[in-house]
Structure formats: C-alpha cells, structure tokens
Design a protein around this ligand. Structure first.
Ligand SMILES: Nc1ncnc2c1ncn2[C@@H]1O[C@H](COP(=O)(O)OP(=O)(O)O)[C@@H](O)[C@H]1O
Ligand SMILES: [Mg+2]
Length: 509
C-alpha cells in the first residue's frame, strides 16, 4: 500500500510559517519592518504575556485600503516588488510577501488600517489564515496589527518558547535594533499594560547615546561607493561588554567576519559597537536567509580591508602595551583597595572597577623581574635537600647556571642529592613549593622563558592568602610597572575591568 500522501494545504502553511516566525521576537521584527516600509514616523509596540497572549504594532504610515487589506495576509502577496528584476534593487525591508501570511497561519490576527485619502478605515479578523470578517472602523491614519495567541495551533512551537520574561527581553532587543537604525522614527513600547519606553525622534548621535547608555563612544566614518561606513566604537583598549550591532542599509544583520575585524582593534576582546554600512545594492545579496539576518557581500575582502582602514583612523590596531599601561595607571585610584576572598584585590578606577588576581599578578611581576634583571636570591633559613633521579640530575646540570641567575642557588650534595640554598627574593617559598618547582622544572627543558615561568608560578603569592594594605599597594605598583601588566606568563589575564557604564547597564539604569 502506498504510504506517501501530499500534505493538506493548511499543514504545509503552518510548517512554512514556522520557518519565518520562531517566536514573538520574529513577529515583532516583521511588523516593525512593515511599519517602516509604510513610511511611518511613529511606531508603537505592545506585548502581553511575553508576546504569547498579544503582540500589537501600530504605525502612522500610509495604511491599506479595503482591497489591499483583503490581500495582505494571503501567501506571496506584496506591494514591494513586481518582477524578478526588482529583486536586485530592493529598497524596502520586506519583499517576499510571506510575513503576514505566516503570522496569520499561526495566530488569531486582527488588522485595522486607514489610508490618508479615506475617512474611515477597515478591520479584518483572520484565524488560521481564514478570513472571519471585515468591517468599517473609525481610526487614526495608519495600521494596527494585533496578533493574539501566537502558536495556539502549533503546540510544538509554543512549547519551545521560553519564559515570558525571556521572550520579552528578546522583543525589547529587537525593537532597540530598529531604534538605532531609525532615529527619525519615534518608538514607543508597552509591556503588559505599562509604558516602558518612549524614544522621541532624534538625530543619530543622540539616539546612540540614549539607547546605548555610553556617552564616550567614538564615531568613525569613511569609504565611498560602493560601501560607506559609519561606526560608533568604545575608546581604544576599552572593549565593553554588550551586544554589537551591524546594519546593512539599516537592516540589522549578523556577520562574524566583521565582528572579528572590529575586535582586532581591541586586543581581540569582544566589545559593544554599532556599525552602519551603506552598501550599493549590486554589491550584496540579502536573499540568502529567510529572516534576512545574513547578507552576502560580493567582495567581503574589500569590505573588511576598508573597515580596518576606517577604524584605524581613530583606533589604531595593536596599541603598544606601554601606552595602555600608562592609561591604566592614570585611571587607577589606589587609595581604595579591598581584598576579596583572600584572592582578589578590588580597586576603584576613574571609569569603574578593576579586579586583580593576586596570584596571576604576582606571577607576572616575578617573571619579568628574574628574566630581565636576574635575582640575587634570598637565603632559606633551612636549606632544603632533594633526591633526584638520573634524568632529573641530567636536566639539573644543564639548567644550574640559569637557576642561579634567577635567584636559586644550589649545591651538589652526594651523588644524587642537591641542596637548595636560596629562593628568589621577595617571595615566601617553602619546602613544598621548592619541591613542586623542581618537579615542574624537570618537565620544561632548558629554555630560559619556560624556566622563569615555572619559578614565577611556584614563587608567587597563592590564592587564599591574606594581604596587608601595604602588600596590596606594592603588588599593584609593581604590576603596572611591568611591560605587560595584562597577562600572567601563561597568558591568562591578571585583572579584569568593569566600567561604570556596564554596571549601569546591567542594573537596568
Ligand atoms: N503596516 C503596514 N502598513 C501598510 N501596508 C502594510 C503594512 N503591513 C503590511 N502591509 C502590506 O501588506 C503586504 C504584505 O506584507 P508582508 O506579508 O509583510 O510582506 P512584505 O513586507 O514582504 O511585502 C506588504 O507588501 C504591504 O503592502
Ligand atoms: Mg513584511
């Protein structure tokens, strides 16, 4: 018996809808895009129950007449392109004619709309893609789309949604993206009946400062046909936690290669930034991703080279460590120190807070000191004798001279034993540390840097060690006199910075 059937139309529609509409956020995205395409300069978004219960978007754009209203929710209906050739020069955000049909398939939909040249508007009600009613209605010029009970008929999708809080957060993020790209539009957001945001019309710099919460971003600009670039970036070496946003002709997109280019200017740290690309239509293709969140550039290399050049005008790549250190030292306010969990030192800086890993910091200090200047060594009160095996003895003979330079004086004592007489100065190594150090030394061979790393690691203050105020001051002072105060010899960070902006942002200020 044949098993294969053609799926009924309504099931096909629902499955297809699931590919464009994943969650409330995708509905909001599509509705905002339609509002922008309609030429609105005021867009009001309202959600309830994380968008499951209600998503409503009102815009004061050009609206639809009765005839268009009866078409707009059907599949493949659009006013934005007429023929295949139009695809190459799309100027609107939408053009596939899928969004309203997809939303209609998985919700109860109500659309009210009125054009400028009509006294009255019309309202349609649609359920699972079927028209229930159309009536006249008095309303302001524009369009109001209300989406009730999203995925009520697609339990699998509904189950996949996360908490109302989370879905709300995603909606807010999406709205903010468009608010960055369209400062000339007023955006209003209402959540569960409460007004939470009202962004009046602004110019771009003001909108950026308002929305990002950062008032020290640096604007860079450059390029010409086919690619123009405008970016807002944190000051050099001040990478900031936060979402980075890339817009291509005002359309938010994701592009990992572009992220990587920006990051290179911040010591490879991820950072918040805003990037607006004005790209000639023939230079890229948006039709690659169903939600159009990825675009394909015909010459990505050209784009990244240009981007690099433009950013480098204000934010040079590979700023020298000395410059950066100077900056940091100026910022530091070392009169306010605090030790946390006997392992971290907290210090106030001009721009926020710095958290220093005491062990990693001390490792860096010892490493640079013994490697660059050598060390006299300080005598152990009770010299330690060690029994070595043949292999260890062989290595010991090879590195003996280097160890002396690094502050570790030894003496042969019988055929297989050595006595350790000094350890690097300003350290508090005990017998246990020395033995562990010799174990590690046997592993690393004869390279000076590697040996210095091992010594620094075992000589440094450990975590879980209380420090006095003086010790903390000394440590910080010495750290920021290092040529690379940023990393321990193994490459881990010695400290992290948290800016006041980040604290504000994370606390929702
Ligand atoms: N807010 C709106 N204001 C005016 N017209 C709208 C609005 N939303 C949708 N439309 C009309 O409905 C059509 C279908 O919308 P949609 O399904 O999102 O497809 P697309 O945006 O790809 O054209 C649009 O082309 C437009 O003509
Ligand atoms: Mg659309």
């Amino acid at each position: 018996m044949a098993e294969i059937i053609t799926l009924p139309e309504e099931i096909v529609a629902k499955i297809a809808a699931g590919e464009v509409i994943f969650r409330p956020q995708s509905v909001v995205k599509e509705l905002i895009e339609n509002a922008i395409d309609a030429g609105a300069d005021r867009i009001e978004v309202e959600i309830a129950g994380g968008g499951r219960r209600l998503i409503r978007v009102f815009d004061n754009g050009r609206g639809m007449d009765r005839e268009d209203l009866l078409r707009c929710y059907l599949k493949h209906t659009t006013s934005k392109i007429k023929s295949l050739s139009d695809l190459d020069r799309v100027v609107t955000l939408g053009f596939r004619g899928e969004a309203l049909a997809a939303i209609a398939a998985v919700s109860r939909l109500r659309i009210a709309s009125r054009t400028t040249d009509s006294e009255l508007g019309h309202v349609i009600e649609v359920m699972e893609g079927e028209l229930l009613s159309i009536t006249e209605i008095g309303m302001e010029k524009g369009t109001e789309v209300s989406v009730y009970d999203l995925f009520f008929n697609l339990p699998a999708r509904r189950k996949f949604l996360r908490s109302a809080r989370w879905e709300t957060k995603l909606v807010v993020e999406k709205l903010k993206q468009y608010a960055f790209a369209y400062p000339e539009i007023r955006f209003i957001l209402r959540i569960d009946g409460r007004d939470v945001m009202d962004l009046s019309k602004k110019d771009l710099p003001e909108r950026v400062a308002d929305l990002s919460g950062f008032d020290d971003l640096i604007m860079v600009e450059g390029g010409r046909y086919p690619v123009r670039i405008k970016a807002y970036l944190p000051p050099p070496e001040k990478a900031r936690a936060g979402e980075n946003l890339i817009f291509v002709n005002k359309r938010p997109v994701v592009d990992r290669k572009i992220n990587a280019v920006v990051r290179e200017h911040y010591g490879d740290k991820p950072t918040f930034f805003l990037l607006f690309l004005d790209v000639a239509p023939e230079f890229y293709d948006v039709n690659v991703h169903p939600s159009k969140s990825e675009v394909r550039f015909h010459d990505h290399r050209y784009l990244t080279d240009l981007l690099n050049k433009v950013i480098a005008t204000k934010i040079p790549k590979g700023k020298t460590v000395e410059q950066a250190t100077l900056l940091l030292k100026e910022e530091l306010r070392p009169d306010r120190l605090f030790q946390l969990h006997k392992s971290y030192i907290l210090a106030e800086t001009e721009g926020g807070l710095i958290i220093i890993d005491q062990h990693a910091a001390h490792e860096r200090i010892i490493y640079e000191r013994i490697l660059n200047r050598g060390d006299e060594g300080q005598p152990l009160l009770f010299p330690i004798s060690l029994e070595l095996n043949d292999e260890q003895l062989r290595i010991f003979e090879e590195v003996k001279e280097i160890l002396i330079r690094f502050g570790i004086k030894t003496r042969r004592f019988g055929p297989k034993s050595i006595v350790i007489e000094t350890v690097p100065s300003l350290t508090t190594m005990d017998a246990e540390d020395v033995i562990a150090m010799f174990d590690d030394l046997a592993q690393v061979g004869v390279r000076r840097e590697e040996i210095a790393k091992v010594i620094a690691c075992h000589a440094a203050i450990k975590t879980n060690t209380p420090l006095t105020d003086e010790e903390m001051h000394l440590l910080i002072d010495q750290l920021f006199n290092c040529s690379d105060p940023y990393h321990c010899p193994h490459g881990r960070p010695t400290h992290i910075k948290i800016s006041i902006e980040e604290m504000n942002r994370r606390l929702g200020r």
